[in-house]
Design a protein. Structure first.
Length: 635
């Protein structure tokens, strides 16, 4: 019976038990039967929780791009590997076959070598969502360079901080990028950043927008002529299983961004395995994840996971609202997408618009729909399930993190029964536990606690670049011998997990622990409400009270806002209890969010507390201007 593909619920439970009881045998079999290796491993894993040291497939030799590209050429060479859907729907869609992808990655790899990039060097990639972003990322992996993809929307200072932290030698960027009806001057941002980055030797520039840019002699080089002159073949570097594959920066609650380091073999095995199962991928499917490759979702489920499975994956340059709010649904229909993976933030925004945008496209090709980035609230879950999935496509509500490398808890389509707002059951190999404040494991069901993982998995991040002590303190000291996710969760009567939010989003009001997610779910059920966020603020009697930031569906809602606030509190009181009612409600036009769609709650917490002095690291915000607007409107 297959280890790699979960067939039914009985098979899931059988594989899960095997993965917990015999993890060495379980992962050994998956790695051995499904990948190409130069050399097999001496040990499946070595674990030292005290030192936060984790090694997988010890002493194995491999190259991830051999598994993403080369091994598919004989059977799938003419199959489309990447579909590029441009920002402008009138621009021609590009289909890149596996043969063509090999050619392009080989040329890019050879160019990087010619520019002095060697195994272990760091390369910063600051590109829009165009094919060159995927090609450059794979080319780095091909030659053993460590790629650091930075979302093409960060400010120059944020880019410079990331470049300096890992001492990137080369930057790959473009003259600009398209996003909706805007053109972003990426080269100008890089020029400003490089003034503060003495480690940078070369800047390779892709021509995308054909805007006029300044090219510094000796440093800046147009990329296309180099690619045209490069050889179309390249021998992949032999990498150790634990060689660094990439660094991806994620915001901490305080301090500078953390450069999470993912290594080669374990990440390869886990992303391939989770992609295959969570999305029920079959040979001729067309998979679309709407994320950006600048985030872990894009790394794992636009690029590596799909290509490791020989899939066809879509790279989308645009936004869901351009040219209008039907763009997602038009693309699904156009390319006959079978699996669609997006964020609750996008779903909530689209749900505010007319149903006509969705209903004009049948989308009968869809088999699986997915949610990523944050827990999806019930109202959004039902809208997505009903109007996009047509009540026939399993909705996989996936929980995972930059640090985990791949999906950890999720329904498996056609295997696990789904439940709105529940991530459901852990994938094989993942051992979640709930912990109490005394660091004791909470047994049984219908319980809540701090979510930890008590045994490592292949794709766990190995360290924070240049700061292993911070890695240990952040993830392994709160609950010794376990990985602390930073999230709270509840486990229902059948063992399904629901993520209730970050632990610092659990607010103690009059001695009661209140998770923000259930309260937000209640608020979002109000017909006038589009989205909400709850934080705590000091209260002289209760200890803490609840402050709600609420976005209304219609700007300029005509109803009296005092009445709306009363209706919202009554809804909370009815569904959760009077203890969860909000002391303060502020109606806002938007919320501060990272570019991956997560609400930056620590900023809201500062505003609620009246502390306007230091909002910390805001480099990952999609909409930094909203902070001042909310601050000035504080109630």
């Amino acid at each position: 019976m297959s280890y790699f593909k979960i067939l039914n619920l009985e098979h899931y439970f059988k594989m899960y038990k095997k993965s917990v009881r015999e993890p060495r045998k379980f992962w050994d079999k998956i790695a051995d039967e499904n990948f190409t290796w130069y050399q097999k491993w001496e040990k499946v894993f070595e674990v030292n929780f005290q030192e936060a040291s984790f090694k997988w497939f010890v002493d194995a030799k491999v190259n991830i791009t051999k598994n993403c590209i080369d091994r598919h050429l004989a059977r799938r060479g003419d199959k489309t590997a990447i579909i590029f859907e441009p920002n402008n729907p009138h621009e021609k869609t590009l289909h890149i076959t596996y043969n063509e992808l090999y050619d392009k990655v080989a040329r890019m790899a050879n160019v990087l070598c010619e520019q002095g990039v060697q195994k272990g060097d760091r390369v910063c990639i600051y590109l829009p969502m165009i094919p060159e972003l995927a090609i450059a990322t794979l080319a780095c992996a091909r030659i053993g360079a460590v790629h650091s993809v930075v979302f093409a929307g960060f400010s120059a200072s944020a880019v410079a901080a990331r470049i300096n932290d890992c001492e990137c030698k080369v930057i790959i960027t473009s003259d600009g990028g398209f996003r909706g009806n805007k053109t972003i001057d990426l080269k100008e941002i890089i020029d400003e950043a490089v003034e503060k980055t003495p480690c940078v030797e070369k800047v390779l520039v892709v021509k995308r927008t054909n805007t006029e840019v300044t090219m510094k002699s000796g440093r800046d080089i147009w990329l296309q002529p180099l690619l045209d002159a490069a050889l179309p073949n390249n021998v992949a570097e032999i990498m150790d299983a634990e060689d660094s594959l990439f660094i991806l920066y994620t915001s901490g609650s305080t301090g500078k961004p953390k450069g999470m380091v993912h290594t080669t073999a374990g990440y390869m095995v886990y992303t391939a395995y989770t992609f295959k199962n969570v999305f029920a991928y079959e040979e001729n499917d067309i998979f679309w994840c709407t994320a950006d490759i600048g985030w872990i979702t894009g790394h794992s489920y636009i690029l590596y996971g799909p290509l490791l499975n020989g899939a066809t994956t879509v790279i989308f340059e645009g936004v869901p609202s351009y040219p209008d709010y039907s763009r997602f649904w038009e693309v699904i229909e156009k390319h006959k997408i079978t699996q669609f993976y997006t964020a609750p933030t996008a779903i909530r925004a689209l749900a505010k618009e007319s149903l006509d945008y969705v209903q004009r496209f049948p989308m009968k090709s869809l088999k699986v729909i997915g949610s990523v980035g944050e827990p999806i609230n019930e109202e959004a879950w039902h809208w997505y399930n009903d109007h996009v999935g047509g009540k026939r496509c399993p909705l996989v509500d996936t929980w995972w993190q930059t640090e985990t490398g791949g999906i950890m808890i999720s329904p498996i389509p056609f295997v696990t029964p789904t439940k709105p707002s529940y991530a459901s059951l852990p994938l094989p190999g993942i051992q979640p536990v709930l912990m109490d404040e005394l660091r004791n494991e909470i047994e049984g069901n219908q319980v809540t606690g701090s979510l930890c993982i008590k045994f490592p998995w292949p794709a766990i991040a190995r360290t924070i670049w240049g700061d292993h002590q911070r890695y240990k303190e952040t993830y392994f000291t709160a609950f010794p011998g376990k990985y602390f996710t930073g999230d709270g969760a509840l486990r229902d009567e059948v063992g399904y997990y629901r993520i209730t939010g970050r632990i610092d989003d659990v607010i103690i009001v009059s001695g009661h622990n209140l998770g923000t997610a259930p309260i937000e779910d209640s608020i979002n059920e109000h017909p006038a409400v589009a989205e909400s966020a709850i934080v705590g603020f000091p209260h002289e009697i209760k200890g803490n009270a609840l402050y709600g930031f609420v976005i209304l569906k219609e700007v300029g809602e005509t109803r009296n806002q005092d009445n709306l606030a009363k209706e919202i509190n009554q809804l909370i009181s009815d569904q959760i209890g009077p203890i969860a009612k909000l002391d303060k409600i502020q109606f806002v036009s938007n919320l501060p969010k990272t570019r991956s769609g997560k609400i930056m709650r620590r900023i809201l917490r500062k505003i609620a507390e009246g502390d306007f002095k230091n909002f910390g690291d805001t480099s990952t915000l999609l909409n930094p201007e909203i902070v001042a607007e909310i601050r000035d409107g504080k109630v």
